[in-house]
Design a protein around this ligand. Structure first.
Ligand SMILES: NC(=O)C1=CN([C@@H]2O[C@H](COP(=O)(O)OP(=O)(O)OC[C@H]3O[C@@H](n4cnc5c(N)ncnc54)[C@H](O)[C@@H]3O)[C@@H](O)[C@H]2O)C=CC1
Ligand SMILES: C[N+](C)(C)CC(=O)CC(=O)[O-]
Length: 321
């Protein structure tokens, strides 16, 4: 079974936070992009988001011929996907909506064009159920901002061909990403399962009046957050075991896992909890606009990515190692 991997035209369906991130990444890699989104004013909002991301992409380095003008916004799903070599759906996270949308996308697309969905955790076997040629359908779960963060989780459903996983890996790699094949189809995949556990505990801390949203963010950004950019939890904790390594770490800190430090069930999202989280984060945002905070995030991410890349090179490692 063979699929298109040398892509020239990228189709994006849904152009909100994540769809616009894909469009920015694809344009920066010198592709033609066709986008569709049913919301009124979507084209204008998309072009504005891309303009806000562009300075970071210029700093990172644009591919020859890359230009914001190579984005065409169209009025129908069919126009969007008909001539595309690769398709990425970033529509709202609703099973019924994605099921219906993918039936339409796949019926109109070239049969050998890979279709990726940005879903954060829905199961591809479910939302590709009515797709034409489901063997080319995958999840390609990105991280915000999609145009800078390299990780993309690739997940196949029960009909996905192994060759489609390989084709998706090759396409996302060509877009400058670091694919991670999630071999078992589980809700939330790998990364969101971890992020959700952290998020749930953070909400409990606010709900119990232990800490403000700003204090909880400080607990991440001045500690574990810094080391997470280059070393994951397993290797970090190997070092925490000293020369005796992970076996010592497990015997020393393993028993604490049974202490009731964490709550597994999510807290009730009461009006008070929602207000506390919204008020806390508004205070953290201060006078800055969302666009200004995004530019600060992008600049800082570029600096971190550069630092990690340079340091790995000194240790004989490639960025993707
Ligand atoms: N926001 C995030 O941090 C992340 C979100 N995702 C996933 O990306 C997908 C999109 O999420 P966001 O961009 O955050 O949402 P969003 O709400 O920012 O954007 C969704 C866009 O889809 C459009 N839309 C509405 N109905 C549609 C339809 N029938 N077909 C196509 N588009 C439609 C909306 O007009 C809107 O522009 C979801 O599956 C989500 O789980 C993945 C990674 C991170
Ligand atoms: C909150 N979220 C589940 C939509 C987050 C993601 O899917 C990934 C990210 O960018 O954190």
């Amino acid at each position: 079974m063979s699929f298109i991997t040398d892509i020239k035209t990228f189709a994006a369906l849904g152009s909100g936070v994540i769809g616009s991130g894909w469009v920015a990444r694809a344009l920066a890699h010198g592709l033609d992009v066709i986008a569709w989104d049913p919301a009124p004013g979507a084209e204008q909002a998309l072009r504005k988001r891309i303009a806000n991301a562009w300075p970071a992409l210029e700093k990172q380095g644009l591919a020859p011929g890359a230009a914001q003008e190579r984005l065409k916004f169209v009025a129908t799903i069919e126009e969007c996907v008909r001539d595309a070599d690769f398709i990425q759906e970033s529509a709202p996270e609703r099973l019924d909506l994605k099921l219906d949308l993918h039936a339409k996308i796949s019926a109109a697309a070239k049969p050998d064009a890979i279709i990726g969905s940005s879903t954060s955790g829905l199961l591809p076997s479910e939302f590709y159920e009515s797709a034409t040629h489901p063997e080319r359908c995958v999840v390609g779960h990105p991280f915000n901002p999609v145009y800078l963060l390299p990780l993309v989780e690739i997940v196949g459903g029960k009909h996905t061909a192994p060759e489609a996983i390989e084709a998706a890996k090759s396409i996302y790699t060509a877009l400058g990403m670091r694919p991670l094949h999630v071999r078992k189809e589980v809700p939330g995949f790998i990364a969101d399962r971890l992020l959700e556990a952290l998020w749930r505990e953070a909400l409990h801390l606010v709900n119990d009046g232990v800490a403000s949203t700003g204090e909880i963010d400080d607990a991440i950004r001045f500690g574990a957050g810094l080391r997470w950019s280059f070393m994951g939890t397993f290797l970090t904790y190997t070092l925490a075991g000293g020369d005796a390594g992970m076996r010592h770490f497990m015997s020393q800190f393993g028993p604490a896992l049974k202490l009731p430090w964490t709550y597994l069930p999510a807290p009730e999202l009461t009006d008070k909890l929602i207000d506390d989280v919204v008020d806390g984060t508004s205070e953290q945002l201060g006078e800055r606009s969302i666009a200004a905070l995004e530019r600060y995030r992008d600049d800082t991410l570029l600096a971190v990515l550069d630092a990690v890349k340079n340091s790995k090179a000194k240790h004989g490692m490639a960025f993707g190692d």
